[in-house]
Design a protein around this ligand. Structure first.
Ligand code: NAP
Length: 256
């Protein structure tokens, strides 16, 4: 990892799930490095808390973009793109942190609503937002899309339900997109697997797990958003390998 002081001065970065634990961390880290951030998420009060912390620390004033990714009409997505274009004239980064996980258990018991909500937020929502913002992203220098994924997307184990299925699809989406821009030099698309981090979402699966502090991820998000990023295109960046024995121990909780 780069230890010199990175800067995101002048860069415009949109973060989804910016009221969540990792999303707010990503937004605050980017703002702390000089980026102007657009805070997209479902719950306005949570976005406002992130906004307040950024402004209190002297960061560039963020833009609030309250939006339910599962229900957003095409016009609502276009309005966000239009606001970014008219206010900033550019978009240099997009970090997908929003996620929905409300079911862990056998696939045979998943309801239609649980299935579609997981797919709509985690996969289709990310696709629709990215597609809307692509003209802005590819019109700027060294733009980057980061898709926050989960090791469960690769493991494909039972009882992780539609969340794991959607994350696997999200990984495929990101890598297909990366391949389409490979060689063009206009857009980098990378996957970032944070490993177990102490957040609201993680506690649903592992209530007793200590987990790492979200703050450990700040340097990754900054490095991923830099115009001179050490990360290229189509990479799967993992924060740290987790001992398989620890994973198995934790997983007993989900099975029982
Ligand atoms: N924590 C971990 O250990 C871990 C491990 C691997 C991967 N990840 C990934 O890290 C990312 C961040 O998760 P987190 O742990 O920080 O969870 P989190 O605190 O629960 O944050 C998730 C965010 O997604 C937002 N969201 C959910 N449904 C939405 C919708 N329909 N429209 C817009 N936003 C919506 C939530 O908004 P509300 O505020 O309105 O609820 C919340 O802000 C996720 O992609 C997750 O899969 C986390």
């Amino acid at each position: 990892m780069n230890t010199s002081k990175p800067t995101l001065d002048g860069r415009i970065v949109l973060v989804t799930g910016a009221g969540g634990d990792l999303g707010s961390l990503a937004a605050e880290a980017c703002a702390g490095a000089g980026a102007t951030v657009i805070l997209l998420g479902r719950t306005l009060a949570r976005l406002e808390s992130t906004y307040d912390r950024i402004v209190q620390r002297g960061g560039p004033e963020p833009l609030l973009a309250p939006l339910d990714l599962a229900a957003a009409a095409p016009e609502a997505l276009s309005t966000i793109a239009g606001s970014i274009e008219s206010r900033f004239g550019a978009l240099h980064g997009l970090i997908h942190c929003a996620a929905h996980m409300d079911y862990l258990g056998p696939l045979r018991d998943v309801t239609e609503t649980q299935w579609s909500q997981a797919l709509d937020v985690n996969l289709t929502g990310a696709f629709r937002l990215t597609r809307t913002l692509l003209p802005l992203l590819t019109n700027t220098e060294a733009a980057a899309v980061v898709v926050v994924t989960d090791t469960e997307a690769e493991r494909r184990r039972g009882y992780w339900g539609p969340y794991a299925v959607a994350k696997a699809g999200l990984e495929a989406f990101a890598l297909v997109l990366a391949d389409e821009y490979d060689g063009a030099g206009t857009l980098r698309v990378n996957l970032f697997a944070p490993g177990p981090i102490r957040t609201r979402l993680r506690r649903k699966a592992f209530p007793a797990e200590a987990g790492a502090d979200p703050a450990v991820l700040a340097p990754y998000f900054i490095d991923l958003m830099r115009s001179d990023s050490p990360y290229l295109n189509g990479e799967r960046i993992a924060r740290a390998a987790v001992e398989p024995s620890v994973i198995e121990e934790e997983f007993q909780h989900v099975r029982t």
